[in-house]
Design a protein around this ligand. Structure first.
Ligand SMILES: Nc1nc2c(ncn2[C@@H]2O[C@H](COP(=O)(O)OP(=O)(O)OP(=O)(O)O)[C@@H](O)[C@H]2O)c(=O)[nH]1
Length: 617
């Protein structure tokens, strides 16, 4: 490779713009990103497909962004120069806000997208504060101006009143119809600063993500802060101390493109035949072995999982595969934590920490799809803090580990501070729901004449059990929610054990407020009766606190052969049914003498839906 000329690099650096797009979910980030790729001819028209940056199948299927994605785009501006954009798309769901904060740390600017018909929502605020914390330049964009319900002027005023930033120059866009995109591209050049960063200083590059590739080893995504890195350089991870020789550097555009070098200001990837996944951590700094930097860059704050659940392979022999899969996923998902645990009912598995139920769902699905695992998952639980009579303080992530009640002095549970933005007319039903979920009212603020921000303190455990879905359905989809952890508070909590055929099934235990204990006990036994298939003996299902039985029902003896009724002789149909039955079996766990399907372990999550039936209204 020809020698790198520093003057040329300096010239190039002035033409770089690194920015991220932040918004509330569904306000149109991914569509705007698609339009930018299209109008800069980064993707040939024939290859253009919707949501181009959502590369995971899962993202496309669900229409949501899960992972951040960084893409290099070349833009020929009106001033005759070609600019290099690094566009970092980010997720909007509250569970993935850690991805947002990591991408913001790699950018100088943030495009703030607000839907012209919806206005400022809870995650608009949360994300814009993250951007302001990272000292990013903010460019407001009002999207979906084509919608009949669009009111851009009102939204402009709302951005100023609620967020407190100048929105007079907001770019008016319809990503769907391509309106306003040329102006947006010009404004990226004029409003966002070029990156700074000494090109001649020792290399310092922040790792913001990585993936495992079985051929090339770990592919590390970096933002270069200082210096230059190129193939052949010897590099060192400053925290883990591991050293490697760089084999390739490049950028995503949107597919991988090799480059001769990456320099201060660039966002790209690097490979170095890294086979040991334990040496590469998001938030670590890469430096040069020959000319090392003195100090690492500030990393990321470690994430605190909100919920824990037990993950067990259906086939116990695949315990090792599950560990390997979790380790590989962790590379790509810094918020994932796990520790081995054993269950009498389920055998060897892991207690895995997640940022929320969507995160849990996504991880579970990725494990099954990308690593071909069949999993049994236990119901999620928050971390309880237990003070014992001996003066010990225990952290309990698995309900079955709660000590006997006579050992417990006090149980504390995590609370959150929730902000719920909602039109006036729904305030009543939001408050009713929050109250029912043991919420404690904090304040109510008017956003404008017809929208309100309602704030509550609530137990986290109530939020994870369907609160968001309920909030949405009670407000016809208008409410948006954001929350922060707000410490621990003592609560009158009890553990409910479930007994099948007289034996306690540890993986089915759960913790609940004493006031709801009997009701939940009844609902869950009824649910389990529905879910667990009849067997050739009668199975009593009981819910108990200690030795006290709260509820009991029986699953009658009976064995059903689903194919017996098919007299058509259609071998295809018969084969299909048998196949379905077989696949269903893979998800069964033999617990003592009873076969329990996966669904049963999640039944406690569903108990909430049936509360109104239990109450008879
Ligand atoms: N009418 C109209 N619809 C739009 C416009 N921009 C985006 N949409 C639609 O709004 C929906 C959400 O758009 P996305 O781009 O997926 O939103 P997002 O903010 O990236 O969502 P997440 O990736 O899930 O956070 C999609 O159905 C888009 O087709 C627009 O300018 N006008």
């Amino acid at each position: 490779m020809a020698e790198i000329k520093i003057d040329q690099l300096k010239e190039r650096q002035k033409r770089i713009r690194n920015f991220s797009i932040v918004a509330h979910i569904d306000h149109g980030k991914s569509t705007i990103a698609d339009r930018i790729l299209e109008q800069t001819h980064t993707v040939a028209e024939r290859d253009m497909q919707q949501q181009l940056l959502d590369t995971m199948d899962l993202e496309r299927e669900r229409g949501i962004t899960i992972k951040l994605n960084a893409v290099e785009v070349h833009y020929d501006a009106n001033d005759g120069q070609t600019y290099i954009f690094h566009l970092i798309d980010t997720p909007g769901h509250v569970d993935f806000s850690y991805e947002v904060s990591r991408s913001l740390a790699a950018a100088e600017g943030a495009i703030l997208v607000v839907d012209a018909s919806q206005g400022v929502e809870a995650q608009t605020l949360a994300n814009v504060y993250l951007a302001l914390d990272n000292e990013l330049e903010i460019l407001p964009v009002i999207n979906k101006i084509d919608l009949p319900a669009a009111d851009p002027q009102k939204v402009q005023k709302e951005i100023e009143d609620v967020i407190g930033i100048d929105a007079s120059g907001a770019v008016m866009v319809s990503a769907k119809q391509g309106i306003g995109i040329p102006e947006l591209l010009e404004r990226i050049v004029s409003d966002f600063p070029a990156p700074e960063g000494d090109l001649e200083a020792p290399l310092r590059a922040l790792i913001f993500d990585s993936q495992y590739d079985s051929y090339r080893g770990v592919v590390v995504n970096i933002r270069v802060r200082e210096g230059v890195v190129k193939p052949g350089d010897r590099i060192k991870m400053m925290n883990t101390g591991a050293e490697y020789e760089v084999t390739e550097v490049g950028v995503m555009s949107p597919n991988a493109q090799k480059r001769d070098y990456l320099m201060a200001g660039d966002v790209g990837y690097l490979t170095a035949s890294i086979k040991d996944i334990h040496t590469t951590h998001s938030g670590d700094t890469i430096t040069s072995v020959q000319n090392p930097a003195q100090e690492a860059l500030p990393g990321y704050q470690p994430m605190t999982p909100m919920v824990y659940s037990g993950l067990y392979p259906s086939d116990n022999a695949r315990y090792g595969d599950l560990r390997e899969a979790l380790e590989k996923l962790q590379l790509n998902d810094a918020a994932l934590t796990f520790e081995p645990e054993t269950s009498q009912a389920l055998g060897f598995g892991y207690r895995v920490g997640f940022l929320g139920l969507l995160h849990m769902d996504v991880i579970q699905e990725r494990l099954e799809r990308e690593f071909d695992l069949d999993l049994v998952t236990t119901a999620p639980s928050v971390t309880y803090r237990v003070k014992t009579v001996d003066g010990e303080v225990l952290s309990i992530e698995n309900p079955s580990e709660l000590p006997e009640s006579q050992q417990i002095k006090e149980i504390e549970e995590p609370y959150i501070h929730a902000q719920i933005m909602v039109p006036n007319e729904y305030v009543g039903s939001v408050m009713e729901l929050a109250q029912r979920k043991r919420g404690e009212f904090d304040t109510l603020e008017y956003l404008d004449e017809n929208r309100v921000n309602v704030k509550y303190y609530m137990p986290l455990s109530e939020i994870i059990f369907n609160f968001f879905d309920k909030l949405k359905s009670n407000t016809r989809g208008y409410a948006s929610l954001d929350y922060d952890l707000a410490g621990y508070r003592p609560s009158d909590l009890v553990k409910i054990d479930i007994l099948l055929n007289g034996s306690k099934v540890d993986a089915l235990s759960f913790i609940v407020h004493r006031d709801f204990a009997v009701e939940r006990g009844r609902i869950i036994t009824a649910k389990l009766k529905e879910i667990i298939p009849r067997q050739n003996f009668e199975i009593p299902v009981q819910a108990a606190i200690g030795n006290k039985i709260l509820a009991r029902t029986n699953i009658k003896a009976y064995r059903k052969d689903v194919t017996a009724k098919i007299h058509t002789g259609d071998p295809d149909r018969r084969a299909k049914l048998l196949d379905k039955q077989k696949r269903g079996k893979a998800r069964m766990k033999d617990v003592g003498t009873v076969s329990v399907p996966q669904e049963a372990f999640m039944a406690v999550l569903k108990t909430d839906d049936d509360e109104k039936f239990a109450r008879g209204n």
